[in-house]
Design a protein around this ligand. Sequence first.
Ligand code: HEM
Length: 151
Amino acid sequence: MLGLHNILRWVILILLIASIVKSFSGWQSKKAFTSGDGKLWLFTLISAHTTLLVGLYLLLFGRFGIFTVSLPEGMSVMKDKFFRFYWIEHPFGMIVAVILITLGRGMAKKNVGDTVKYKKAFWFFIVALIFILATIPWPFREVIGRPWVPS
Ligand code: HEM
């Protein structure tokens, strides 16, 4: 599950960046909305929701899961950098990102002009990307850093 969660991060990043580039160019060149873009947004949504489900499993039952680890008496999660990141910051940041991706993809079904569709989706996706980049446990981050690929 941890390996899958690690790899899915790359799937989301690639699909999300492609969605951002395509929604930006659709917005700027006032293109008609294409079914190809609709499919790309859908795959981005599916990869985000799958990562969310695997993440929820890890948070509850993984090796550092809430039901797996018993913290020493009197230890505060908020004062421990490791557990504060994996139990609070990472899930919170990523859930916000998944909500934004869901709203962005929802624009495909909204009854609005195609330029508005592209423009709004672009903003939802770009803010989602910022949340994801800020809350991934990159290898260079102290204490919480994890490998680029499953190890
Ligand atoms: C949707 C976007 C998400 C991305 C891109 C993402 C990315 C990652 C990455 C790269 C790791 C490190 C994997 C490794 O050590 O090899 C990780 C670990 C973890 N993630 Fe996520 N995550 C996401 C969502 C979530 C969510 C929504 C939750 C919880 C609700 C979550 C819970 C966790 C936990 C608990 C770990 C540590 C697991 C362990 O070490 O046993 N993740 N995540």
